[in-house]
Design a protein around this ligand. Structure first.
Ligand code: MOS
Length: 722
């Protein structure tokens, strides 16, 4: 029944042959009515009999040890049941794909705000009161909280191609600039929450998590139990953006407390908790060097960065990811430095790497274009490499040149005029461009399809974090089986279902979508067999099976359930070819001459991101990404107190994500038709993160075009723009 498929050869475009007209259409989300009517159950919505409430107690020192927790300090509070400390409590959120949680046993404190205990009470209010009043005695240690003051700094080996130094010294025109970007919060709308309940030695955890298959293993490892005794339920998730990739401290605390007390425990983070405790994107410092000939051929590229994390965490923001494959040069060099600091741990936040790396990289390229006197669109077009500049792999599908040209045409790029030449009253107007790129991935993923009559069920532990998974998996199964999409039920977010990729790295649709397609394809084979026709002559339409002059309604043909499961894995095609989404972002801004206020007036993203599965959810993803671009270019920065590292931007008033008033009415997204035969069996590419990658760069370049001045420290707040 179960079938493994490894991506070892270019794949036939079978989805194009089905011709049902379901794939690609802007179908509404089947889960939409539940979401807008408040009947979609998010983790914290669940209540169960006998449930008690846990609130995390968080360290109020920067680094050191917990010497003593004085439980008597809260015993008098009505309703308090217990103060639980346990070596298995997670100090840092996991990274999801690591597959096991970074449990840090013992009493060490690594940052201000780190969870050190959980208070459990009959009511949330009592638990919160006790968590705030609990007397904790510490031993404190000195710790650096900024990369500049850190004494634990390590620089990795450079990643190179060709001879950068020789190419750099031979360059006729050079740009050598250093940029900084602020730390970012994922700031998902739904705060992190978990409810744990034990029965007969097994735990069920309802939590907001992106990668259920991995999270199950993380929880089992944390608790020291067999994964078969863990069930995770995450049917609805209110945004993740990386912050829910891995099991969080609230989930581990709920499970540990529920086990100890023998009652279901709910732990919900406040917004402030989320900012303090859930991973951040590292701030960065980036030196970018471009060398070129006077004629505009890029000869040398170097992108060196410094990022930070707390002690012992493996993750380092992959800043130069896209810089390594966008443009060609004789010599390329990329070096990363990691500084250890004591503040909220760093991890994956949407488009880890590109989201900040491309801000600097695409801005430096714009500066090179200006220096050369070459149009920035043309400079990019002139320097697209034949193959991956670092390893020589051919690109599987790359319509970057088309995106740049098409975008320039649609945006009216030719009329943009000289820098600083356009104004309306006190407003200076400018246009900017940046390339978009985000590597495309396929992760092992399984899916099960059941067909009875003309109704199908798709089952996988894949998640829908707001991206539209419920819609696209229904569309894939409907397309492949010739069904109306309303006849396909999609069940997600339950670890008892076949293990999927989860949602992360924009690989969810590729991976879970391919597995669903392959399972549906196996069902097609069974239908052909039942009908008595050859599989390749079978057509399925409106619940009718036809082939080799035979015809039958599925309701007559499939009277007993057909059940098939399939697994897709990456394989040789990712070694032979390099797959990435590409695009071009264009932005027009108005900069106020006296206040430095920047208003984004319009944005256009032209993207080639493989087959579009759902025109509506894909567009929403792309626009959402571009709005992230506005945030990272102009407003978003997590700030910590330079004395003790505690996060001071702890809510959505202080951490400013773009609101409606910050987003222009004209946010246009154009998809260029594309099939990537080397990516996966359904020829798709990741969408969510491509929208953000480069988008902020276009805004920064537009500011430079408007004012004639460049900003090197981001976000480009008014004080920095003036
Ligand atoms: Mo994404 S940052 O891999 O959820």
């Amino acid at each position: 029944m179960k079938d493994h498929f490894t991506m070892d050869a270019p794949q036939p475009r079978l989805l194009d042959e089905m011709k049902q007209g379901v794939i690609g259409t802007p179908m509404d989300r089947p889960d939409g009515p539940q979401k807008v009517s408040g009947t979609a159950g998010y983790a914290a919505d669940h209540t169960t009999e006998n449930m008690v409430h846990g609130v995390l107690v968080r360290a109020t020192i920067t680094r050191g040890r917990v010497r003593q927790i004085d439980k008597s300090s809260v015993e008098a509070i009505d309703g308090v049941i217990d103060v639980i400390t346990d070596a298995r409590m997670i100090r840092n959120p996991a990274q999801g794909m690591a597959g096991s949680a970074p449990v840090q046993p013992g009493d060490a404190v690594h940052y201000h705000g780190q969870p050190i205990a959980v208070v459990v009470a009959e009511t949330f209010e009592a638990a919160r009161d006790a968590a705030q009043r609990l007397a904790v005695h510490y031993e404190t240690e000195e710790a650096a909280v900024t990369p500049e003051t850190s004494t634990d700094v390590e620089t990795g080996e450079p990643e190179t191609a060709g001879d950068f130094e020789a190419a750099w010294s031979g360059s006729e025109v050079t740009v050598d600039k250093t940029y900084t970007t602020g730390a970012h919060a994922a700031a998902a709308m739904e705060p992190h929450a978990a409810i744990a309940e034990w029965k007969d030695g097994a735990v069920t955890l309802r939590s907001a998590l992106q990668m259920v298959r991995f999270n199950k293993k993380e929880l089992a490892d944390t608790l020291g139990i067999d994964p078969s005794n863990v069930r995770i339920l995450a049917p609805f998730i209110g945004g993740g953006f990386g912050s829910k990739l891995g099991l969080g401290p609230e989930a581990a605390a709920a499970a540990i407390a529920a086990e100890k007390l023998g009652r279901p425990v709910r732990v919900v983070m406040t917004r402030q908790n989320v900012f303090d405790t859930v991973l951040r994107r590292s701030e960065t410092s980036q030196r970018v060097r471009f060398g070129a000939t006077k004629a505009g051929k890029i000869t040398a590229i170097a992108h060196d960065d410094r990022v930070s994390n707390i002690d012992g965490e493996g993750f380092a923001e992959p800043v130069t990811q896209a810089s390594q494959f966008l443009y060609g040069a004789d010599g390329l060099s990329f070096t990363q430095t990691l500084a250890r600091i004591a503040t909220t741990p760093a991890g994956s936040v949407r488009a880890p790497g590109e989201a900040v790396g491309m801000l600097a990289f695409e801005a430096a390229l714009d500066e090179l274009a200006e220096k050369l006197g070459i149009d920035p669109v043309q400079l990019r077009l002139d320097n697209l490499p034949e193959t991956h500049p670092m390893d020589g792999r051919p690109y599987s599908a790359r319509r970057l040149a088309d995106c740049l040209k098409d975008g320039a045409e649609r945006f009216g790029w030719a009329d943009r005029g000289a820098p600083g030449s356009r104004r309306e009253g006190d407003w200076q107007i400018g246009m900017g461009v940046a390339s978009a790129a985000r590597a495309n991935m396929l992760i092992k993923s399984s899916s099960r399809v059941r067909l009875t009559g003309n109704r199908a069920i798709v089952e996988t532990d894949m998640t829908d974090i707001g991206t539209g998974t419920y819609a696209i998996l229904a569309q894939i199964a409907a397309e492949a089986l010739g069904l109306d999409p309303s006849h396909v039920e999609v069940r997600l977010g339950d670890s008892d279902l076949p293990g999927a990729s989860g949602s992360g790295g924009s690989f969810g649709a590729n991976s879970a979508g391919s597995a669903t397609f392959l399972a549906a394809k196996k069902i097609r084979a069974r239908i052909a067999e039942a009908l008595g026709c050859a599989e390749d002559s079978l057509t399925l339409q409106n619940g009718l099976a036809r082939g080799d002059n035979r015809e039958a309604a599925l309701t007559d043909l499939v009277t007993e359930e057909f059940l098939e499961e399939a697994t897709v894995k990456a394989g040789k095609t990712s070694e032979s070819h390099f797959s990435s989404g590409f695009g071009a972002h264009f932005a027009e801004v108005a900069v106020h001459e006296w206040t430095g206020e920047v208003r984004v007036r319009r944005m256009l993203g032209v993207m080639s991101m493989g087959r579009i599965l759902n025109e509506k959810t894909a567009r929403s993803q792309a626009i959402g990404g571009m709005i992230w671009g506005i945030g990272s270019a102009l407003t978003e920065e997590m700030q910590s107190d330079p004395r003790d590292g505690h996060v001071v931007t702890r809510d959505l008033a202080n951490y400013h994500v773009p609101a409606h008033a910050d987003v222009p009415g004209q946010m246009q997204v154009v998809f260029l038709e594309e099939r990537d035969d080397y990516a996966n069996p359904i020829q798709t590419k990741g969408i969510g993160e491509l929208g953000i990658s480069g988008a902020g760069g276009a805004i920064l370049n537009a500011i430079a075009h408007a004012t004639g001045r460049r900003v090197y420290d981001y976000p480009a707040t008014p004080d920095r723009v003036l």
